[in-house]
Design a protein around this ligand. Structure first.
Ligand SMILES: Cc1ncc(COP(=O)(O)O)c(C=O)c1O
Length: 473
């Protein structure tokens, strides 16, 4: 193992209060020369010279791992390499220094970008109307759930439509969003293929159902072939169908939520369309709907008339879900990424992401058991249960070998799960090296592997203590 991560004994920046030699000396002199009455107290801001700040953060970054460092196969997260042109465009001062309260006539360029992005997202999803406001996937989901709620409130059915149905393979944010929106969550089991159990769905969806939330392909990387029947079952009871768009990277230009019969969709722009989102942000999750829900979207929607682009705030039924216009920097990156790739490029990216997942599935299935047979889409889930090596230990071994670990212990329906999403931004060489590392991890004795990582800036962390004694500052 030739990997060794940089390690510094780096203090917290607040305890680094340091002055340049010049400031220290003049400070001492001025104390004696300047009369007391003429002195003012220094404001309490950290006094750290630029070179100390830059070196501090550079050292921290060297003790970290990112999509710019290497392969990042975190399943369900679509951690692909984000091209630098998108960052450059988002950083252009005419965009990044625009005040959100500037008059519309003076920001026509920014409005044009937002308008075009709305149009692109409609075309990609085959939906009718889009709001760019929500700030993350989970907030997009909450927006969607609130749209469902408002829809039934206006129909006078909210008292009876109390339930949202969700498959057991769903991402945790789905039930959380449904509950935050005031609904009861009804979970249905997956069938042996890892997709929706149609009989269970028929049983669960009733006149009490407000909506069914699903991602397709799902978190097992499997495309549900019964999606049209699912849409029919849900709609036949008057409920709405919600598409969690976190896995959109698998289907760009191939199919769409609109074709599949969905009423509401959120896009995780920060996964599919060029924004680095590791470490908790920033994100953007525009929400798209079919025509019958268009007036429930959060405003503003950017529109165009003969005089130019303008913000339309006439959608007042739901109200705002975030301040101003959403994560403008993330919207800019997505716009530039879609424009640069074009329809053909996006489709090619999805095809490559699917190819990489299937290559990995095939190659690694010699050592680990695949959760469900069949063709995969963007990701694949393995179980290490039969090998006797814990998924957590394999993950730590991978980190110790200089690559990022996959998602582990999710989805919850697979024991000792390793959920791997290679994306299109990885070479065959890296995929082969990744498989090689996992194969080596399976040969290591329990005593040694359970102490890993040893080549990183931080050793094995106490996850239980971190979860139980949560100190966020
Ligand atoms: C399937 C799925 N749905 C929803 C989300 C939530 O998205 P966000 O992290 O942007 O809130 C995720 C995030 O990983 C996801 O994988």
């Amino acid at each position: 193992m030739s990997f060794k991560q940089a390690t510094y004994d780096e203090p917290h920046i607040k305890s680094m209060q340091s002055r340049t030699t010049f400031e220290t000396i003049t400070g001492e002199f001025s104390n004696s020369i300047i009369p007391q009455s003429m002195r003012i107290d220094q404001p309490s801001v950290p006094m750290i010279p630029e070179y100390d700040v830059v070196r501090h953060y550079t050292r921290l970054s060297e003790m970290n791992y990112s999509v710019d460092t290497g392969f990042y196969p975190l399943g369900s997260c679509t951690m692909k390499f984000n091209p630098k042109y998108a960052d450059k465009i988002a950083a252009m001062h005419l965009f990044s220094e625009t005040h959100p309260l500037r008059p519309e006539w003076s920001v026509q360029g920014s409005l044009a970008v937002m308008y075009e992005l709305q149009e692109y997202l409609k075309e990609i999803s085959d939906m009718d109307e889009v709001s760019l406001q929500p700030l993350a996937g989970a907030q997009g989901e909450l927006t969607g759930v609130l749209i469902i709620r408002k829809y039934f409130e206006l129909k006078g059915e909210l008292d009876t439509r109390r339930e949202i149905v969700i498959p057991d393979s769903a991402h945790g944010t789905n039930p959380a969003s449904a509950a935050m929106g005031g609904f009861d969550v009804v979970e249905i089991p997956s069938n042996k293929n890892g997709t929706v159990d149609i009989d269970a769905l028929k049983y669960a969806v009733t006149e009490k159902t407000a909506g069914f939330m699903i991602t397709n392909p799902n978190t097992l990387g499997i495309f549900d072939p019964d999606i049209l029947e699912i849409a029919e079952i849900v709609h036949s009871k008057g409920a709405l169908l919600y598409y969690d768009g976190a896995n959109l990277n698998a289907i760009l230009g191939i199919t769409s939520p609109g074709i599949m019969g969905f009423d509401i969709v959120h896009f995780n722009l920060h996964k599919t369309f060029a924004t680095p989102h590791g470490g908790g942000g920033p994100g953007a999750a525009p929400v798209a709907v079919k025509k019958h829900l268009a007036d429930l979207l959060p405003p503003p929607i950017v529109r165009k008339n003969n005089a130019g682009y303008y913000m339309d705030y006439s959608n007042s039924k739901l109200g705002n879900i975030a301040s101003f216009y959403g994560s403008f920097g993330v919207l800019l990156r997505a716009w530039s990424y879609i424009k640069r790739n074009g329809a053909d490029g996006l489709k090619l990216n999805s095809s490559r992401a699917v190819l990489n997942a299937n290559y990995l599935a095939k190659k690694l299935s010699k050592s680990l058991k695949i959760s469900h047979d069949g063709l995969k889409k963007h990701e694949v889930v393995f179980s290490s249960e039969q090998t006797g090596v814990r998924a957590l230990d394999i993950a730590k071994y991978i980190i110790d070998s200089g690559m990022h670990a996959p998602t582990v212990y999710f989805p919850l329906i697979v024991k000792e799960a390793l959920m791997i999403e290679p994306t299109e931004t990885v070479t065959k060489r890296d995929l082969d090296a990744f498989v090689d590392i996992i194969e080596r991890s399976l040969k290591e004795d329990h005593e040694t592997i359970s102490k890993r990582p040893i080549n990183t800036a931080s050793g094995r962390l106490d996850d239980v203590k971190a979860a139980r004694e949560l100190i966020l500052k």
